[in-house]
Design a protein around this ligand. Structure first.
Ligand SMILES: [Ca+2]
Length: 313
């Protein structure tokens, strides 16, 4: 599916780059804000200086969930869980995205409600999104993963054997955590001791249950580099809560990439060499019935302003 879309998305990106340039020329003297078309999905309002830095956005206002996501919702065999456009809560406009999981026990598919945008085409970017937890929210088991950026790689026979990424998570004690790590998908052997050594978890000491019935702002940044110039950062409500600089974030920069510890061959990427965006509700199979709302998902090459609203329609 991602492969089929590559050429279309590339053309759309190029066309919209031209549109953005043309529009900013028309309006740059008349207003701090401009209306532009981005990736054929509608119009947005933003300051001139930020709008052309956006390469992905979704705010539910179209009423359709699939585009521009490359993957939406649980696995096909787990339809009890879902991701839908919903009107119960909206941070901007009148709609948002609701992610839902049923009561336990859940199948592996039912516990993974995951929306992904694979074709970022960037190795350095920000992802910003807002989540609403209502007063019935509860976190059980090992907690709830909410998303960020991620990339899978491995031997050509199992290109999803390892992953690296930076994601927000709610611990079962209801603290918000940010995880940056190199990991195994399940069992097996580690990819790299050096990669493991730079992985880190930050505890924000922010109790999610003290902030129910309101929109909470998450933002992550990755500079994906095969030398020691990589960076990861994360913000919670626009406050920097995690930062690591001068690190080798791209696994292809490790010796194990060309001589992987599973079969000694060169590793391959599962989808592409670019980290993808993931917004999700991923939990333990024994976790409680749960749901969240997500609005104003934006990915850009500059930090996303806290007052930015997606007005796709
Ligand atoms: Ca919205």
């Amino acid at each position: 599916m991602p492969g089929i879309n590559v050429s279309i998305i590339s053309i759309v990106v190029i066309l919209n780059s031209l549109l953005i340039v043309d529009t900013s020329i028309d309006l740059v003297h008349s207003s701090l804000q401009q209306e532009v078309t981005i990736q054929s999905r509608g119009s947005i309002l933003a300051e001139n200086s930020f709008v052309d830095k956006i390469f992905f956005e979704y705010g539910g206002e179209t009423g359709v969930l699939q585009p521009p996501w490359d993957h939406v919702g649980p696995m096909p065999e787990a339809p009890v869980s879902y991701a839908i456009v919903d009107t119960a809560h909206a941070r901007s406009g009148t709609r948002s995205m609701k992610l839902y999981q049923p009561s336990p026990p859940k199948s592996d598919g039912q516990r993974r409600v995951s929306n992904r945008y694979y074709q970022t085409g960037y190795k350095e970017f920000y992802v910003s999104w807002w989540v609403y937890f209502d007063n019935l929210w509860q976190t059980t088991g090992w907690g709830s993963t909410l998303g960020g950026w991620q990339i899978f790689f491995g031997p050509s026979s199992t290109p999803y054997y390892w992953w690296t990424g930076g994601r927000f998570r709610i611990h079962s004690d209801r603290h918000v955590l940010f995880n940056y790590r190199f990991g195994k998908i399940s069992g097996g052997v580690d990819f790299s001791a050096a990669g493991n050594a730079i992985a880190q978890t930050w505890d924000t000491n922010y109790y999610i249950t003290d902030h129910l019935n309101q929109w909470i702002h998450f933002q992550v940044y990755v500079k994906f580099r095969a030398d020691n110039t990589g960076v990861v950062r994360a913000w919670l409500n626009n406050v920097l809560v995690a930062e690591k600089t001068g690190i080798k974030t791209d696994p292809s920069g490790y010796g194990e990439w060309n001589n992987n510890p599973v079969d000694g061959t060169q590793c391959v990427w599962r989808v592409s060499e670019y980290p993808w965006i993931v917004i999700e509700l991923y939990q333990h199979t024994d976790s409680a019935e749960s749901w969240i709302w997500v609005d104003d998902v934006v990915a850009a090459t500059e930090k996303v302003p806290a007052n930015y609203e997606v007005a796709d329609k």
